[in-house]
Design a protein around this ligand. Sequence first.
Ligand code: CAA
Length: 399
Amino acid sequence: MDFRLSEEHRMVEKMVYDFAREQIVPIIKEHDRTHTYPHELVPQMAKLGFLGICLPCRYDGAGMDYLSLGIVSEGVEFGDSSCRETIAVHLGLHALPIFQWGTEEQKAEHLPPLARGDYLACFGLTEPNAGSDVGGLLSTARRDGSDYILNGEKMWITLADVAERFLVFAKTDPGRGARGITAFILERGWQGLTTGTIEGKMGVHASNTGWISMSDVRVPVSHRLGEEGEGFKIAMSALDNARYTVAAGANGVIKACMEASILYAKERTTFGRPIAEYQLVQQMIANMQMSLDVGQLLVWKAGWLKNLGIRNTRETSMAKWYCTDAARRSADDAVQIHGAYGYSDEYIVERHLRNTKSAVIYEGTSQIHTLVQAAYALGERVDRPMRCELPAYDPELWG
Ligand code: CAA
């Protein structure tokens, strides 16, 4: 067993942390303050290969492995959660499901522009009345000749108002619950498809969160992903990848909070001594270090399983649950260490505290992951092979 990152992975790590420090951190506070999406960072992330980091070169991806996706997610979220959300949704929830479930024609058509970052793409699963309960979604898709007609509303969709492509889920057979869901790739500009932005969020202000409305949207059958009724499995397997990026990103937040706290604790004096000398402050910093070490072990193990092509739903769920909860606690402690200054936007930690609350809700609440872990432990939940598995990483095929 070798816990060291390879030379290649350390190069990716350095590149992404340099990018976060030099490109994200200097501009993101203003975007957060004005609630604007940092469009200018998208071509930069695309140029560095982040938007297709684990896709093979034949699809214009960077040809790296799934562990690299975790490292990129961690480093980008060291800068800000909103930028990591772009990678989670564009690559984890849109491109990777096409890579896993698409026909050769669909992969050849859709993956290169996604990997190059020609446009952004999103994932429309959640609805106003169906979040955790995916099988309860109400959108419908009715077959009409060589097309489907889609109707329904999607809500809390990251990138909804800036994306050009939409992977949406609708029921082709409403009587069959989760087994009646089918996945479709939609394009902006199609008649009946409209989007908007949701205002008033607590955090991730620099990310776009919105709604998608479908009113008799005509979708050619060539844009159906997978077979009819496979939508639930496509959505869940997509979440196995995006939750992995969320978990990895949470480790980046812990790192950012720890770095800021150490710097502040060494400079700030009370009662004639730097606060870093007080054991109650040290305890909070030690907890952050423990969270980071445990979090990275969980994420890197999930990435290693993905590289081998071994199903990792349980391990990814565990990583998402642990890392996002730990990041929220770390951000809370970091604000505490900064005292009144931590409560203002003069320091980065208040932004991280607001952002981390979203990650314990989206992509499976902490409560859903608790139930999933209990079901595995009790033997009530067993992973079954799927028709299409995420391909194991193979340097020869990827290069
Ligand atoms: N991969 C592939 N197949 C899977 C799977 C996975 N990860 N998880 C389950 N399945 C399969 C099962 O094998 C089972 O197959 P069979 O019918 O052949 O036996 C089938 O799917 C049903 O599985 P379950 O019985 O486990 O389903 P469930 O109803 O018990 O699942 C749940 C329940 C765990 C609560 C699940 O619905 C869940 O994770 N909910 C949370 C959803 C979520 O994370 N939503 C956030 C979306 S993010 C978003 O939309 C916004 C954005 O922009 C980020």
